[in-house]
Design a protein around this ligand. Sequence first.
Ligand SMILES: [Zn+2]
Length: 337
Amino acid sequence: MTGLPEAASIRGEALACTDLLALEEFRLRWLGKKGEITGLLKGLGAVDPAERSARGAAINALRDIAQTAWEARKAELEVIAEQAALDAGWIDVTAPSSARAAGRLHPITVLLEEVIDHFTGLGFEVASGPEIEDEFHNFDALNIPKDHPARDVWDTFYTDRREIPRTHTSSVQIRAMQTRKPPIRVISPGRVFRNETIDATHHASFNQVEGLLVDRHVTVGHLKHTLETLVTRIMGRKLETRFRPAFYPFVEPGLDLDVQCVFCNGVGCSICKGSGYIELIPGGLVHPKVLASCGLDPDEWQGFAFGMGFDRMVMMRYGIDDIRRLYDGRLQLVRQF
Ligand SMILES: [Zn+2]
């Protein structure tokens, strides 16, 4: 972004500090009350309102980068100072011990535990299934017939034996309907696989959380309420939502739930492509053919189903704008709601 310092040069500056005194100067320069980042944040008021939100997020990201770089270099320099003292033949037993970086749970794990807690509170159970599936559970039972072009939509990997690294956790829903008696309420979190070119918004392996409810007299209203309360819980505040009709072979009617873009608060930005909304959760009422393929009478039972691209939800909540960061071990959290 124009006029902002480069993250790499901030990191480089921290690494270039060879003693704690120089590092303190680094801290004051970047993170101090009169430091550069505080100055940039104070200057936000004069920025065009259309750019303010994105610029504010970028400055906050720089602050986190400076903070992390400072902490990491401080720990290194303390170890070096300690070693120098030992080499010199004396030890200060009153000195505080050097800081050790503590591990923490990955954002995917943190959010997944919250989502599981939310749904178990509503009476759902967590179901799991194999990551390598057969065509029946991944496609046939979901009303996606053989040779139907819809199969191409999922960019499927196949093994030499025509097994499928599952393209969605909908296969777990099929297994749930085959093995349980209604009423059924399950969620199926898990890793799925698609033959995608990896970039900022796509990955060949990512996480989904799907949900399924089968009961009598189930309507779109039940689905709408379930998803809206989920979004409020995850984002910590009520966001504008909208439903759009969509086609998926395993639901009728099919819907997409869009959520107000948290990066621009609905104003429109590059992440939401100017629409102010992010497409978050597809769903719908379970197609009668899907119920029948699992041995349930569609005249007696109805259901709703939905599937979240869970990584996208994690990215929205923590302000991560590149899906690769979730998996490459260089994760820095910009924002937490
Ligand atoms: Zn936006």
